[in-house]
Design a binder for this molecule. Structure first.
Ligand code: UD1
Length: 356
């Protein structure tokens, strides 16, 4: 690989990171990915130290990327990557812990990985004078919505869970940094609920252990790995009482990153840019179960359980800003997400690790 215009992707082996690598490679970018294998499966042949997801990304695109096992908690490992690729022009920062429920149990792990990890990354970027960053943030920073749809002007903070607080804190750290040094160009992408998989069914979401999120749990019920799905609450202020969320196809999300990258690489982009990435439309838990049942042709048994701590009634996005400034909007539907997720699940019933 020549080091001309390299994009460094942290957490590149993960769900959103790997799908984003596909779009980056297909758009002609040179990609170096790093990951600590916390939530990723290594090449089972042992021929490389690559994650299986990125081996498949290369097969799917017919293009190669470089990979290094790096933990953001280790600044020397991080420095060695910046030394090896002196022409890194921008970093896309995905690497983080991301399960709302788990974040209540593992508060310090979330604070240290997500906040300390981001702080280390920014410090090393400053050291190597790389001042462009796209950050994988979350709609969770809006806390309990004061109005809907949520636009980027909605106040942030007062998050309902520790995971959300870590995303909000990192956003604030990045805003403070950009205010203190005008060299920085930082884009904060606030995702709503990513779902679906690459249409090939060769890569997709592969949660370790019991899935925390709705879609991967439903997919595992449909394939017979789990008996039934618990619906967390049916007394929310939504059309059928179950939680209402804005699901976005992971390929639309990946395309949003490429648009954000092209935007930030253009001249005179110093400062902070904030965009929601969602579909602008929502669905309730029962609607998602019905859509998945239709796409898979399987009955999805469910039971109504109590509310989950930290959940809110409804969240959905206004994506007008991304459409106007990034020329991006979602093209794929909930049906597409269910179809592609089912394709991934049936082709890879146990995810990347056939012995999981
Ligand atoms: C959360 C975050 C979001 C983040 C996402 C990815 C909040 C408010 N949102 O989304 O920012 O991007 O995680 O990790 O912090 N549900 C069930 N049964 C289940 C699982 C979920 O009924 O077994 C329900 C939930 O109550 C919710 C909906 O399904 O109404 C979606 O839940 P989930 O997929 O976990 O995502 P969020 O919590 O919305």
């Amino acid at each position: 690989m020549t080091d001309e215009g390299v994009i460094l992707v942290t957490g590149g082996a993960g769900y959103v990171g790997s799908h984003c690598c596909i779009d980056l490679l297909n758009s002609g970018f040179k990609v170096v990915a790093i990951d600590n294998f916390f939530n990723a499966y290594k090449d089972p042949t042992g021929a490389t130290n690559y994650p299986e997801s990125l081996i498949r990304v290369q097969k799917l695109t017919g293009k190669s990327l470089e990979f290094h096992e790096v933990d953001l908690m280790n600044m020397d490992e991080l420095r060695s990557v910046f030394k090896k690729y002196p022409k890194i022009t921008c970093v896309i920062h995905f690497a983080a812990l991301k399960a709302v429920g788990e974040s209540f149990q593992k508060v310090l792990a979330y604070y240290s990985n997500n906040i300390h990890g981001a702080c280390n990354l920014l410090s090393v970027m400053e050291e190597f004078k790389v001042f462009k960053l796209v950050f994988s943030s979350s709609a969770t920073v809006y806390g309990v919505p004061e109005y809907l749809p949520l636009d980027e002007k909605h106040k942030t903070g007062n998050c309902t869970n520790p995971y959300g607080t870590t995303k909000d804190t990192v956003e604030r750290m990045m805003i403070d940094l950009a205010n203190s040094n005008s060299n920085w160009s930082i884009t904060l992408l606030r995702y709503f609920n990513p779902a679906g998989a690459h249409p090939s069914g060769d890569i997709g979401e592969d949660p370790l252990g019991i899935p925390n999120n709705l879609m991967p749990y439903i997919a595992q019920v449909a394939i017979g790995r789990r008996e039934k799905i618990s619906v967390y609450g049916d007394d929310y202020k939504t059309p059928d009482g179950t939680g209402y969320r804005d699901y976005i196809h992971v390929m639309d999300l990946a395309a949003g990153h490429v648009k954000a990258l092209q935007h930030i690489l253009a001249p005179n982009r110093e400062g902070v840019h904030i965009f929601n990435l969602g579909s602008g439309k929502g669905a309730t838990v029962l609607e998602v179960i019905a859509a998945f049942s239709k796409a898979s042709g399987k009955e999805i048994p469910y039971e109504i359980a109590g509310r989950r701590k930290g959940d809110v009634d409804s969240l959905y996005a206004s994506c007008d800003k991304a459409e106007k400034e990034l020329d991006w909007k979602c093209g794929l539907t909930l049906e597409d997400m269910c179809r592609d997720m089912w394709n991934w699940q049936t082709k890879n019933p146990r995810g990347f690790n056939p012995n999981a």
